[in-house]
Design a protein around this ligand. Structure first.
Ligand SMILES: O=C(O)CCC(=O)C(=O)O
Ligand SMILES: [Fe+2]
Length: 331
């Protein structure tokens, strides 16, 4: 296992360079589309992350989404605890509100967070406890539903570009994703004590194909690059996008799932909302057959997304351990 990097936050340890900001305007013009595709491909090879502007999601909707989540997290404990996280019997999908935790066998969460699944889908995709969503403020559900629908359209566009950058038809990666998305909102208490296990989201990779992160514009999301933590400066109105473990598998290792973590701000509450674009539980995840030939053997095992997710739930946030375990060992 790779050694853990010290968690200290000395400013001098942060690299000057960071993932690029990519402007999506003109995406329908063929030449511009190729240029955007090249920028995304380069960003994914170098960082696994990029920010996007002119992405088509309405600014007012983005703001309103931050507002309703903030209002939820600031509501009284009994309100939040009334939808405490629980596992649904049949689907195994755990939804609801979670208190900050620093104990337990798996590396869990030192922030409080809310996780629910939104979008069209079967009971197996959505889980049986979709009622475990906030009912306050009254506009919460309709706002988040509208937000997720809009982010879904953006995700399809980005997945199309990533597919093309792999030399595949733009429908390829979307075919591996469900339209029901996991939405995890993290709420960080302010603290000057920025060390692991204090109001942070531990180093991990995402069990997703693609993750689209919306924040209240405060640092710090950090990505691990060449054994250093690189802090990403939020561009107001932009989304932070990264590929997860499933894209690493589907692309047969061309686009790696980079380890990252979330830290609190010193003086203000940080809110981050991650939308995870994922396969269906019944999808077989394996390197895309068109990318495999004699000189490019598959580097990852084939498995059901459901089994992958169960492994994630069992382990919690634990650097790159699951994706490493998915590799075919070459002896
Ligand atoms: O809050 C952040 O900055 C990162 C959150 C994250 O990585 C996640 O929820 O998967
Ligand atoms: Fe993440």
């Amino acid at each position: 296992m790779a050694p853990r990097i010290p968690m200290s936050m000395g400013g001098e340890s942060l690299a000057a360079e960071e993932p690029p900001v990519i402007d999506l305007s003109g995406i329908t013009k063929p030449e511009r589309r190729r240029e955007i595709g090249r920028s995304i491909s380069e960003a994914l090879e170098t960082w696994g992350f990029f920010q996007i502007t002119n992405h088509g999601v309405e600014e007012a909707l983005m703001k309103k989404t931050i507002e309703v989540f903030t209002e939820f997290f600031q509501s009284p404990d009994e309100e939040k605890l009334s939808i405490q996280r629980k596992i649904s019997g049949a689907s195994g999908i755990t939804q609801g509100y979670s208190r900050p935790r620093t104990d337990g066998p798996a590396l869990l969460n030192a922030t409080e967070f809310l996780y629910n699944v939104y979008g069209p889908g079967t009971k197996e995709e959505l889980g049986d406890n979709t009622d475990n969503r906030p009912s306050q403020p009254p506009s919460f559900r309709s706002t988040v539903e509208e937000y997720v629908e809009s982010v879904d359209g953006l995700a399809l566009a980005i997945l199309g570009l990533i597919s093309e950058s792999l030399g595949l038809p733009q429908t390829t990666l979307p075919m591996y994703t469900s339209r029901a998305h996991g939405v995890r909102a993290n709420y960080y208490q302010p603290t000057k004590d920025r060390v692991e296990k204090v109001f942070s989201v531990y180093p991990h990779t995402d069990p997703s194909v693609l993750t689209i992160l919306h924040t209240n514009d405060l640092p710090a999301t950090q990505v691990r690059k060449d054994d250093r933590w690189v802090q990403i400066s939020p561009v107001p109105g932009a989304f932070l996008v990264n590929v997860g473990d499933l894209t690493e598998i589907l692309s047969n290792g061309r686009y790696r799932s980079f380890e990252h973590r979330g830290l609190p701000h010193e003086t203000q509450h940080r809110l981050t909302i991650a939308t995870f674009i994922r396969p269906l539980p019944t999808t077989v995840v394996e390197p895309i057959p068109l990318l495999i030939d004699e000189s490019h053997p598959p580097l990852y095992k084939s498995q059901l997304y459901r089994s992958y997710l169960q492994g994630f739930i069992r382990k919690g946030l634990d650097s790159r351990s699951l994706i490493e375990a998915a590799k075919i060992s070459i002896v």
